[in-house]
Ligand binder design. Structure first.
Ligand code: PXP
Length: 400
C-alpha cells in the first residue's frame, strides 16, 4: 500500500472520508508511475502546519499544503534503500485552511484536499512552480489535467449492479401460488437503483417461467439479461423475446445453481452457432466462464460480445491465501478480456463482504448478484438490500 494517510484533526463535526482520499491519492500515484514508492499524507490543523512552515521554511504563518521530499540526505536515502523501501516523501495539509478554500471556491472539502494532494505530489515528483513562470505554468497545467481525468474516471469506472431475481420465483413456486411476484421484485430493484435485471429461464422452469419472462420483457425499464443454456427450446424463446442481452451458461438439471463456467474452448462450434443466431437478431451474447486465459481467448475467438467471469471460487474460498489467488485469477482474466475488446461482467456468489474488491476493478462493467441480495431482503426489505449493495459498489469504485 503506497499511500499512508493519517488524520490528526480534532474537529469531530468535520467528517473526513479517509478511504476515498486514499483511493484518490493511489490513483494519482498511478498516473505518475510512482506506485513503487511509499508516500505519507498527514491531514492536520493550522497550528501544526504553522509550526512546520516556521521551522522548515522560516515562514511564521499557516499554509494549505507542504511537501517534504524523502531522502533529502544521503544517510536517509541509504537507510531506506538498504531495507528495500522507496520513499517519495510526505505531504502535510491543513484541514482548517482547506475548509476556508473549499468555501471560497465553492467545492467540497474532499475535492479541495484532493487538489492539495495533487499539488503536493507533483512537488514530490520534482515540479516546482516557484522556479519560474514557465515552471508554474507547467505545474498548473498538469494539476488541472490530473483533476479533470480523475473526474472522468468516476463515470466510466463504476460497475453496474444487475440483480438476479430467480430466488423470488423460487419462493413463489415453493407454495405453488403467485406471490411473491418476480415482476414486482424487478420493479422494486430498479426503483432502488439496479441498472439491470437478470433471470435464468431453466429447462425445468424450477423458478422463472415463461409468463415471467414475457411480462418482464414488457415491464423492465433498465436492461433485461436472460441467462440460459444453449438449448434449442430456450434459444427459440430468446429469439422471440429479444432481451437486451443473453448470458449463456452450462446447465445441468441436478445442480442447485450454475456450478462452473462454460467450457467454451471445448464446444466452440456449438456456441459460435448460437452467438451467430443471436447476432442476427441483434442480441449481444455474454459467455459465463471461469476466470482462465484459455476460456477468455476462446470466447473472443467465437465472437462473444461479453464474458461474465465466474466469481464463485473467489467467494467460496476458505482461506485468505486461496481467496487472494482466486482474486488474482479474476484480475488477470478481466484484464486480458478487456484488452482484447471484450466487455467484462462478473458474478456468482458475490455478497456484502466479497463484492467491494471486485467492484473496484476498472475492467469490469457489470456485476450480476442474486442470492445475497434476495436473502438480505427477507430481513431488511428488498429496497434496502439493493441500496446497500449499490452503496458498496459505489464506495468501492468511486475515485472522485
Ligand atoms: N451469474 C450467473 C451466470 C449465475 O448463474 C448466477 C446464479 O444464478 C449469478 C450470476 C448470480 O449468482 P448469486 O445468486 O450467487 O449472486
Amino acid at each position: 500500500m503506497p499511500v499512508h494517510l493519517t488524520i490528526n484533526y480534532g474537529n469531530s463535526s468535520i467528517q473526513i472520508n479517509k478511504k476515498l482520499l486514499q483511493r484518490r491519492a493511489t490513483w494519482l500515484m498511478q498516473q505518475q508511475n510512482a506506485t513503487d514508492y511509499n508516500i505519507s499524507i498527514l491531514l492536520t490543523n493550522d497550528k501544526e502546519i504553522t509550526w512546520l512552515n516556521t521551522h522548515y521554511r522560516g515562514k511564521n504563518k499557516a499554509t494549505n499544503v507542504l511537501s517534504f521530499p524523502s531522502a533529502d540526505t544521503e544517510v536517509e536515502s541509504s537507510i531506506f534503500a538498504s531495507i528495500g523501501i522507496k520513499e517519495l516523501g510526505d505531504i502535510v495539509i491543513s484541514v482548517d485552511t482547506a475548509l476556508l478554500e473549499a468555501e471560497e471556491l465553492a467545492v467540497s472539502l474532499h475535492d479541495r484536499i484532493t487538489w492539495l494532494i495533487t499539488h503536493g505530489l507533483l512537488h514530490l515528483m520534482g515540479y516546482d512552480h516557484e522556479l519560474s513562470e514557465k515552471d508554474a505554468l507547467v505545474m498548473w497545467d498538469l494539476e488541472t489535467k490530473l483533476i479533470k481525468q480523475l473526474h472522468n474516471s468516476r463515470s466510466t469506472q463504476m460497475p453496474h449492479l444487475a440483480i438476479n431475481i430467480d430466488h423470488v420465483a423460487t419462493v413463489r413456486n415453493a407454495r405453488g401460488v403467485n406471490e411473491p411476484d418476480p415482476v414486482t421484485a424487478a420493479a422494486i430493484c430498479e426503483l432502488a437503483g439496479a441498472a439491470g435485471i437478470v433471470v435464468h429461464l431453466r429447462e425445468d422452469r424450477r423458478h422463472i417461467n415463461d409468463r415471467d419472462v414475457r411480462l418482464l420483457r414488457e415491464t423492465i425499464k433498465t436492461r433485461m439479461n436472460l441467462e440460459m443454456g444453449a438449448d434449442k427450446e430456450i434459444i427459440d424463446i430468446a429469439l422471440d423475446l429479444k432481451p437486451d442481452m443473453v448470458t449463456l451458461v452450462p446447465e445441468k438439471r441436478e445442480e442447485l445453481t450454475t456450478e462452473g463456467g462454460l467450457n467454451v474452448s471445448g464446444q466452440k462450434k456449438k456456441l459460435a452457432k448460437t452467438i451467430n443466431r443471436m447476432d442476427k437478431a441483434g442480441i449481444p451474447v455474454s459467455l459465463f466462464i471461469d476466470p482462465e486465459s484459455k476460456q477468455v481467448k476462446a470466447a473472443h475467438a467465437i465472437g462473444a460480445t461479453y464474458v461474465e467471469l465466474h466469481t464463485g471460487r473467489y467467494c467460496d474460498a476458505t482461506s485468505e491465501l486461496e481467496r487472494e489467488r482466486e482474486y488474482q485469477s479474476i484480475v488477470s482474466a478481466a484484464e486480458e478480456a478487456y484488452q482484447m475488446g471484450l466487455r467484462v461482467n462478473a458474478g456468482h456468489g458475490l455478497d456484502y463482504q466479497t463484492t467491494a474488491k471486485i467492484a473496484a476493478l476498472d475492467t469490469i462493467e457489470e456485476l450480476s448478484i442474486g442470492h445475497a441480495i434476495i436473502t438480505r431482503a427477507v430481513f431488511v426489505g428488498l429496497d434496502q438490500a439493493v441500496r446497500e449493495m449499490g452503496k458498496i459498489i459505489r464506495d468501492a469504485s468511486i475515485v472522485f
